[in-house]
Design a protein around this ligand. Structure first.
Ligand code: GAL
Length: 692
């Protein structure tokens, strides 16, 4: 069972506890150079290839290599028999070539002998079906057998390499929860009950939190509670929500178990690779971050989304937010295509460099790739790599060398942080709760609404920080503008902090289906948007979601879709009304003077152009200047050292030359300029004459 320390972790993540105070004197990742690296799976290759690998790694400037990520069956071929001869050779080889080792604990995928001996470790889906070995990560996160065996492996690895001079970083497991985040087996059921008992104390408190008088669901004892397995009807939404909380905690507990063992043998920083990305919502990384010595993320462009580059920018800004604003590591991305989307789009010439530097601009101090050498066998053989099947004669290889040289030219940027006047509130709990069963419209999806507002901010050229809903008042006070998209679930203290922010002079823009329920998913009575009614000076009696394909028009000329509501202004002023649709004449956008600040409310889903116009208007009202030259195709982001130099990244994804008037020294070409000229598809980074 996970430790019931989630709320403490939440406090630390939200700034209520000074960062690092829980961590004590844990090691920090604070290198003087960008790390440039990759995953390396030498066990897939004959040792005769390894020598060539390290020579080419040196040629490419690779200095951080993750090994033993999927090494379990190699280093423990039989129960309790460890054979480190291959890993020893690889770690030593890398070290003698001056390449730092990012050492995997090897626990991410149990070997076949373990699931043969203990089939009870296999994960079970909500419908009761088992997921079998033959892929990866086939284990239940709560399994005591898995925990015991994996920790025995970590003990061996940490003991053996804890003081090895080549090890620079510890890499716990791999993407914890990537495939097995929610397990519904009997072992999980027991762990879930223990977690609930620690959370609620009594079964009556659980009944109250879950509203079990509805549909005759009242529990007489914790023993009667199950994970929210597939049912014949809809499931209890509060039970589902708590199961998400539990499952995220359970995976964090796996990390903690491994990290504790490592820390007893080693002073090297410990981390695991997060998946802050559109297709993973099961881990609340704000709650995980205080346990990381440095935050690391994996990110792949997702061509199933309408705007993959905007999603990348959002994911990178969110990762930085999770890291508390500090630099973070991009632990995995791809040189070109992945292998797991329906159509795996290859990167065009120059795209890898742009995409990589988009992460750096948003705070990454390491650029690592999956993986070093493209596999010849296995499920990922058509995934790109630094060294493709075609070898060093490939365009990819040449671009890898170019990226490495470019990164070298940017070394002085390392350790600097991103500056933003706007914060966007992002909540994993709202994602879990708002996208549950039986909501007003299944077409309203939390992340899409967050992306919609982020996309508008990005198109308006506004740099954005991402903060959790419980961000402390002193954290919120750093921003002139706060964007709160679909914050469906909000605790009283979180809502109070946002209201205080506005009362103290901040400018908040809240979008529909916000403030609706408390932490138990209980509706806040008295009219919508519940927790934010007073701050926004409005009240809604009823939601009128729109059928797919339907749009409505506002008197500003905007087109909107998905959502309308029977909104009345109380103290607010209407800024826009519906012209047609189910609610003609009803306010759609409002603005309310509250204390010294302003609360704006958007009660519909605006088209991108009008959403962009609106965020520009709110930003202007808040006294914020957009970044010069920025727009949907041109990213302009500033990183700066505290009290030192500032750097403007201009990333031109467009087909046109872009000119930005920023006097300074351009680092990639080593030239001085009054105006930086960025050719189509290129990136320039200017050390500004005037420090910001
Ligand atoms: C990640 C994973 C890697 C590799 C990669 C492929 O999810 O950590 O091991 O599978 O995806 O894109």
């Amino acid at each position: 069972m996970s430790t019931p320390g989630r709320d403490a972790a939440r406090e630390a993540a939200t700034g209520a506890v000074p960062p690092g105070s829980r961590a004590g004197a844990r090691p920090r990742w604070a290198p003087e150079r960008f790390a440039f690296g990759c995953d390396y799976n030498p066990e897939q290759w004959d040792p005769s290839v390894w020598q060539e690998d390290v020579v080419l790694m040196c040629e490419a400037g690779v200095d951080l290599v993750a090994v033993n990520v999927f090494g379990w069956s190699d280093v423990e071929p039989e129960p309790g028999r460890f054979d480190f001869s291959r890993l020893d050779a690889v770690v030593d080889l890398l070290h003698t070539h001056g390449i730092g080792v990012n050492l995997g604990t090897g626990t991410s995928s149990p070997p076949p002998w373990l699931s043969t001996l203990h089939p009870e470790i296999l994960p079970v889906m909500a419908d009761g079906t088992t997921r079998w070995p033959g892929g990866r990560q086939a284990y239940c996160p709560s399994s005591p057998v898995f925990r015991e065996r994996s920790r025995a492996l970590v003990e061996q690895v940490a003991q053996r390499y804890g003081a090895h001079p080549g090890v620079r970083l510890w890499h716990v497991s791999n993407e914890l929860g990537c495939h097995n985040s929610l397990c519904y087996c009997d072992v999980t059921a027991e762990a879930f009950r223990a977690w609930l008992s620690a959370r609620y104390g009594t079964v009556d408190a659980l009944n109250a939190a879950w509203g079990t008088s509805f549909w005759s669901q009242r529990y007489g004892a914790f023993e009667q509670v199950l994970p929210p397995r597939a049912t014949v009807s809809s499931r209890n939404p509060s039970q589902v929500l708590d199961f998400h909380r539990f499952s995220s905690d359970e995976l964090l507990d796996l990390y903690r178990g491994e990290a504790e063992i490592i820390r007893s043998h080693s002073d090297i920083p410990v981390t695991t690779n997060f998946m802050v990305t559109a297709h993973q919502r099961d881990m609340d990384y704000f709650a995980w971050a205080p346990d990381m010595d440095v935050v690391a993320n994996d990110h792949y462009l997702d061509h199933r989304l309408p705007d993959p580059l905007a999603e990348l920018a959002f994911a990178a800004d969110t990762t930085r937010g999770i890291a508390g604003g500090r630099p973070w590591l991009l632990m995995e991305h791809s040189t070109s295509a992945v292998n797991w989307q329906p159509v795996n789009v290859a990167k065009s010439p120059g795209e890898m460099l742009r995409v990589s530097l988009a992460h750096v601009a948003r705070g990454a101090d390491a650029l690592c790739f999956f993986q070093w050498r493209a596999s010849a066998q296995g499920a990922e053989k058509f995934h790109s790599a630094l060294l493709p099947h075609a070898g060093t004669s490939s365009r990819t290889w040449q671009e890898v060398l170019e990226l490495s040289r470019t990164l070298d030219a940017l070394q002085e940027v390392v350790g600097s942080t991103v500056r933003s006047d706007v914060a966007l509130v992002f909540s994993y709990e709202s994602w879990w709760a708002a996208d549950g069963e039986n909501r007003p419209s299944a077409d309203v999806r939390y992340l899409e609404q967050v992306h919609a507002m982020y996309g508008a901010l990005r198109a308006a050229g506004l740099a954005v920080d991402v903060v959790p809903p419980g961000a402390a008042p002193e954290v919120l006070a750093r921003y002139r503008m706060l964007v709160v998209p679909e914050l469906y679930l909000v605790r009283d203290t979180e809502a109070a902090a946002i209201e205080q922010y506005v009362a103290d002079g901040g400018h908040a823009l809240v979008t529909f289906f916000s403030g609706i329920v408390d932490e138990d998913d209980r509706v806040r009575l008295g009219g919508y948007p519940g927790a934010f009614r007073d701050m926004l000076g409005v009240v809604s009696d009823e939601f009128h979601p729109l059928l797919p394909g339907r749009t409505v028009t506002l008197d500003t000329g905007a087109t909107a879709s998905l959502w309308t509501e029977q909104l009345r202004v109380v103290t607010a002023k209407a800024v826009a009304h519906h012209v047609d649709g189910p609610l003609p004449g009803v306010p759609a956008i409002t603005r309310n003077e509250h204390g010294h600040g302003t609360g704006w409310y958007v009660a519909t889903a605006l088209d991108l152009d009008h959403a962009t116009e609106l965020v520009r208007e709110v930003a202007a009202h808040a006294g914020i200047q957009p970044m010069p030259g920025a727009g949907p195709q041109v990213e302009v982001v500033r990183r700066a050292h505290d009290g030192g130099a500032s750097y403007l990244f201009v990333i031109n994804h467009s087909d046109d030359v872009v000119e930005v008037p920023v006097p300074g020294h351009e680092l990639t070409r080593g030239e001085r300029a009054e105006t930086v000229r960025v050719p189509a598809g290129a990136v320039r980074v200017v050390r500004e004459d005037e420090t910001r």
